[in-house]
Design a protein around this ligand. Structure first.
Ligand code: BTN
Length: 322
């Protein structure tokens, strides 16, 4: 796996994300110095800053050790970006983080409230499907937001905003750049690695549920040809959760930002590809030509006719691997 860091990332961020993909490893000062082309004294200083921020870094004779065994940790989630004022609920096991977040939203929990679980016994997917959520394997994440708009175009961007935020968080922590399959699945090497389920609780209150398959796991027969994972068995899901929360709040907090749909299109795995879609039991094919600012997929059929597909109403398959 190639790790690359984004321009503008500080050494501190780079070191954190380097370790977030290597939970449990001890890396020596000289190796870090060489990897980051930085004097060891500077590495030592930055590592002690990370420890002061609340990340469980320890210095041993052999080097620097990130004491995260990937048990979900509120301290690491907070050190990665979730402020103290935002409630965080962590579960070893739950039926569905979205259902729990829904109950909290009904009780008017503060904006941003985060629910994460190690394992979901009844993970929910779109269109009544389930979402496979085994223990110690994926990140099952739900956040409550209260969008301050009733503009339908802006509201329709919540799901694309969640997809962009999830892709950005994965890229920042792991260096992997997944593609977005319209409307809100993340794909890597032709396999679905993450799904998103946004549910309105009432006007003005929305639950954003995101499931990311992190580790290599055997998938059940029904999904084994479609599902994949980031494939990092030493990933810190707590760091990923904190970074994802930050990205999600930033993207859903500014739905009018022209960069949002631009970024969605940049990360799209489908633009220019041939797709198959079904309307009222009739199957059509066409080329995915564009995604408009409301998140609709514009498809050109072989006879030149244009279809404007709205999410939630139509099932789309891609005729080639994405
Ligand atoms: C899909 O791919 O159909 C959407 C899957 C969404 C799964 C996430 S996991 C966290 C949250 N809780 C749930 O029950 N579902 C979402």
């Amino acid at each position: 796996m190639i790790f690359h860091y984004h321009e503008g990332m500080t050494l501190k961020q780079q070191l954190l994300y380097y370790y977030a993909c290597r939970t449990g490893s001890c890396i020596s000062g000289p190796v870090l110095g060489k990897t980051f082309q930085t004097p060891e004294a500077v590495i030592r200083e930055v590592m002690s800053e990370l420890a002061q921020d609340g990340f469980p870094f320890r210095i041993s004779g052999q080097g620097y050790f990130f004491e995260d065994d990937d048990t979900l940790s509120e301290a690491i989630v907070r050190a990665s970006g979730v402020p103290d004022a935002v409630p965080v609920y962590l579960f070893d096991e739950i039926d569905s983080t979205n259902l729990y977040a829904r109950k909290l939203a009904e009780e008017k929990t503060p904006a941003g409230t985060l629910v994460i679980a190690d394992h979901q016994s009844a993970g929910r997917g779109r269109r009544g499907h389930s979402f496979y959520s085994p223990a110690r394997s994926g990140l099952y994440f739900s956040a409550v937001i209260y969008p301050e708009t009733d503009d339908r175009t802006l509201i329709s961007r919540i799901t694309p905003a969640a997809a962009v935020a999830a892709a950005e968080a994965i890229a920042e922590v792991t260096g992997i750049e997944p593609g977005i399959k319209w409307v809100n699945d993340l794909y890597l090497d032709g396999r679905k690695i993450a799904g998103i389920l946004c549910e309105a609780v009432r006007p003005g209150a929305v639950i954003i549920g995101i499931g990311i398959n992190c580790r290599h796991v055997p998938f059940p027969d029904e999904i084994k040809n479609i599902a994949g994972s980031l494939g990092i068995d030493t990933l810190s899901r707590s760091v990923l959760a904190g970074v994802l929360w930050k990205k999600l709040m930033r993207r859903t907090g500014d739905l009018a930002d022209p960069d949002l749909m631009e970024e969605y299109r940049r990360r799209s795995a489908v633009l220019g590809k041939e797709i198959t879609f079904t309307i009222n039991d009739r199957v059509y094919t066409g080329i995915a030509e564009a995604i408009n600012d409301a998140g609709n997929l514009i498809v050109k059929k072989p006879d030149g006719d244009i279809s404007v597909l709205q999410s939630g109403e139509i099932s789309v398959r891609f005729t080639e691997k994405i």
